[in-house]
Write a protein that binds this ligand. Structure first.
Ligand SMILES: *Cc1c(COP(=O)(O)O)cnc(C)c1O
Length: 465
């Protein structure tokens, strides 16, 4: 196979991009001045740009290319399906082979009796489905007042109006009239940033109890569901204290509140099990899935629900669906992705071999003068940058100033590592090998050293008062 290397000079591509392409989550004017880096191809865990530089992708695209880049089998599955049946819907008493096979496969992989999937084209759509579905479920059970969904500040559940409202990203809510009514946000279990003098265990319980307080405040008869990522991803890879999830589960059980685990990042091996709910010991009524489901090779997501939940919804004509719900090509590619993940034992490898090795190396970064917290589960990890690790201090500079500098130094050292404020996060392809882990860690360290030097030079290595 020959790679597509013929393209316009980088500057021309960048100028056309700036002229006509609106980038998501970007200041497009600033980006236009710099010029976006043009990614032309990828293989394994490495991206190549239009200048021929290779970059280690520590983010697996956007937390999604779990299987790594350049798997011909997935391209072939797509081509086969496009020739056979490129599109058909499942709205009007029809179905097709890929969606049947994928739904059955997900039922097999999902824990407990999560056996039924409603498909979408991504995580945002799936969470919109969830919002409508939990309300419809309670109405069907004769409890139409149960309509409030409780979520968390700094959660990420997508970017559509419904899913961004479910999310707790303040800067998203500021634009476009969100959150919509009947979504209630409680605080996140981010001990490093917000734990004060409490131990992590005490803090985990305190934050879980906010759910109980909210239910009692709002009224049990008005709350439909609680939604959360098992481990917050876009919020900064925040691993909750061990006391948090068991208490959340107890509260949801006690008050009969549906538990929605947003597994869009945690699902499909990211945490060293097929689902984050298994790693964190959660028993959700609904799981949101997307991203790793197809390793990002095709846009597909869904809502996986339990037998009990499905039995109630089965009696309702649910007036909801997307043109691309269960798209045959996306389903065929997802199926092939899951086949490879199983056959190559990729989840086991993360749990037993590469995950523990990465964790050991990741924690060594804690000796860096600017690194406080190091957190990692499976292959999602974060570092809290701090001017004083003993007091867990924030920098005096505007939040994200130092994080952005570090991200830039990573980029300059051909490593993609993102910053969320002053936290650095990685979520590499799950096929990252031992050798590649060594490369990743060494680039992270170089980037940290360079950032530290810059931060000190700029007089920014000082705590907020
Ligand atoms: C990315 C993400 C979503 C949104 O998925 P899209 O496919 O971008 O719509 C939802 N929830 C979580 C936890 C995510 O990380």
């Amino acid at each position: 196979m020959t790679a597509i290397t013929n393209h316009m000079p980088t500057a021309e591509l960048q100028a056309l991009d700036a002229a006509h392409h609106i980038h998501p989550f970007s200041n497009n004017a600033e980006l236009a001045k710099k010029g976006a880096r043009v990614i032309t191809r990828a293989k394994g865990v490495y991206l190549t740009d239009s200048e021929g530089e290779t970059i280690l992708d520590g983010m697996a695209g956007l937390w999604c290319v779990n299987i790594g880049y350049g798997r011909d089998e997935l391209a072939e599955a797509a081509a086969r399906q496009m020739k056979e049946l490129p599109y058909y819907n499942t709205f009007f008493q029809t179905t097709h082979v890929p969606v049947i096979a994928l739904a059955a496969k997900i039922a097999e992989l999902a824990p407990g009796n999560l056996n039924h999937t409603f498909f979408a084209a991504g995580g945002s759509e799936a969470n919109d489905t969830n919002l409508r579905m939990v309300r419809t479920y309670w109405a069907a059970k004769g409890k139409p007042t149960k309509s409030i969904v409780i979520s968390r500040i700094n959660a990420y559940h997508g970017s559509s109006v419904g899913s961004a409202s479910l999310g707790g990203m303040v800067h998203m809510h500021e634009q476009g009239g969100m959150p919509i009514p009947d979504i209630h946000h409680i605080n996140q279990p981010n001990w490093w940033a917000e734990g004060g003098d409490m131990t992590p265990e005490e803090f985990g319980l305190a934050r879980a109890h906010e759910l109980e307080e909210a239910i009692l405040d709002l009224g049990e008869d008005r709350v439909a569901a609680f939604i959360a990522e098992p481990i917050q991803g876009a919020g900064g890879v925040i691993v909750p204290p061990a006391t948090y999830w068991p208490e959340i589960q107890r509260i949801c059980d006690k008050y009969e509140i549906l538990l929605i685990a947003d597994e869009v990042i945690c699902g499909f091996g990211r945490t060293g099990n097929w689902f984050g709910s298994e790693t964190l010991g959660i028993r959700p009524d609904i799981m949101t899935i997307a991203k790793g489901l197809s390793s990002g090779y095709q846009p597909i997501g869904g809502s996986v629900v339990t037998d009990e939940f499905a039995a109630v919804m089965d009696e309702v004509e649910f007036n909801h669906g997307y043109t691309y719900s269960g798209h045959p090509v996306a389903a065929a590619v997802a199926l092939e992705n899951l086949r490879i993940m199983e056959e190559e034992g990729i989840v086991d490898q993360v749990r037993d071999v590469t995950g523990p090795y990465l964790a050991e190396k990741w924690h060594t970064l804690g000796d860096h003068p600017m690194v406080g917290d190091t957190q990692i589960v499976g292959m999602m990890a974060s570092l809290a940058l701090t001017p004083d690790k003993n007091s867990r201090a924030k920098f005096a500079s505007a939040p994200g100033t130092v994080g952005y500098m570090c991200r830039d130094r990573c980029f300059a050292n051909n490593l993609i590592m993102r910053h969320v404020g002053d936290r650095m996060v990685i979520s590499p392809p799950l096929v990252l090998s031992i050798d590649e882990i060594d490369v990743l860690i060494s680039r992270v360290r170089t980037a940290l050293d360079e950032t530290y030097a810059q931060v000190k030079d700029a007089g920014l290595f000082k705590p907020a008062s």
